[in-house]
Design a protein around this ligand. Structure first.
Ligand SMILES: [Ca+2]
Length: 86
């Protein structure tokens, strides 16, 4: 399976990434990802416990943190969004 991101989508992704890259370190850490997931759940009227969110974040990190440094670089973030387009 090949996932292609159009130029517009990539721009949107980069914008979203920069929004969450609050310390402008070029990476999104697991705490930021916690908040990101909670926010997207509220948008979708889902209620998960803190523990469930934390499990989900760990699972996402396992899946997409390809260099295993505990945070998402843009390329890793992009891969994550392509795998989970919602
Ligand atoms: Ca990483």
């Amino acid at each position: 399976m090949e996932h292609l991101v159009s130029g517009a989508d990539e721009d949107r992704l980069r914008f979203a990434f920069q929004l969450y890259d609050v310390d402008e370190a070029g990476t999104i850490n697991n705490h930021t990802l916690d908040r990101l997931i909670e926010a997207s759940m509220v948008e979708n009227d889902l209620v998960f416990s803190q523990e469930q969110v934390s499990h989900l974040v760990k699972a996402l990190l396992r899946e997409a943190d390809t260099d295993k440094n505990g945070s998402f670089a843009f390329e890793e973030f992009k891969q994550l969004i392509e795998v989970h387009p919602d």
